[in-house]
Design a protein around this ligand. Structure first.
Ligand code: SF4
Length: 243
């Protein structure tokens, strides 16, 4: 695997634009550099940049089987508009088969949610990375998201596939994000305009009220008070046990 000096790389990446950070990753890893897309607005920015840069690199999307139909429509719209190399990944079991095997809807229970997210999100992603020998995953994490994300770096390691993760828009503010989307007329997940600042599976995502934490709508049914319960699914290494 290409070995990178993390400190030196992060110093270099900090001075680059988002577009140049993507180019930086592709210049080092070629087609072994991919984007992981959730089809939310940060992914729209990165998918549009892939299009603007004419990158044939894979854009991985995990279809959990529980997505809003609008999420699948975003994927289809980007395919139609730009012909991007979107690769849809699927969990081993269908939602129906999973329920048969476990006897319950796992996402309805705290312990089950972890299993469900692991089987339906993290495993398909990690297995695809390993199978293809991919070495770099880019994603749309931003420090402005808060929590653990406020202190992560542009580049880090991801031991799950023995590679690296790169966050090209890590330092973007909400205003920068909106400005890019509007000035480039980028297609955006329609639920963002309906009080869904963060969008996951349909059965685990609700709208948020004004003043609520932007992630308050994620797994709301598993929270007994505002500050407990899951916040992230773990598909991004930085959101789980990693940094
Ligand atoms: S978000 Fe909910 S339905 Fe989707 S994988 Fe996680 S627990 Fe399962």
């Amino acid at each position: 695997m290409t070995q990178l000096d993390l400190d030196a790389s992060n110093r270099e990446l900090a001075s680059l634009s988002a577009r140049d950070r993507i180019a930086w990753g592709v210049s080092r890893f070629g087609q072994k550099a991919v984007l992981l897309s959730s089809m939310q607005q940060t992914s729209s920015v990165l998918m549009h940049l892939f299009h603007a840069m004419k990158l044939p690199n894979e854009i991985l999307f995990v279809d959990t089987g529980f997505h809003f139909h609008e999420t699948l429509a975003v994927r289809d719209e980007f395919l139609r508009r730009y012909g991007l190399n979107v690769v849809t990944l699927y969990p081993k079991n269908t939602p129906e088969r999973q329920e048969q095997l476990y006897g319950v809807k796992l996402y309805q229970f705290s312990d089950g949610q972890k299993q469900c997210c692991d089987m339906r999100k993290e495993q398909p992603f990690v297995e695809a990375m390993k199978k293809a020998g991919h070495q770099l995953v880019m994603n749309g994490l931003r420090r402005a998201d808060g929590g653990k994300r406020s202190s992560i770096d542009f580049l880090g390691t991801d031991p799950r596939f023995d590679g690296y993760k790169l966050n090209p828009i890590l330092d973007w503010t909400d205003e920068q994000l909106t400005e890019y989307l509007e000035s480039n007329n980028v297609f955006v997940h329609p639920l963002h305009a309906k009080q869904y600042p963060s969008i996951g599976c349909a059965c685990c995502t609700t709208p948020v009220e004004p003043g609520e934490d932007p992630r308050a709508g994620r797994w709301r049914h598993l929270r007994t008070k505002d500050d407990d319960g899951p916040r992230y699914c773990g598909i991004n290494f930085s959101d789980g046990s990693g940094i």
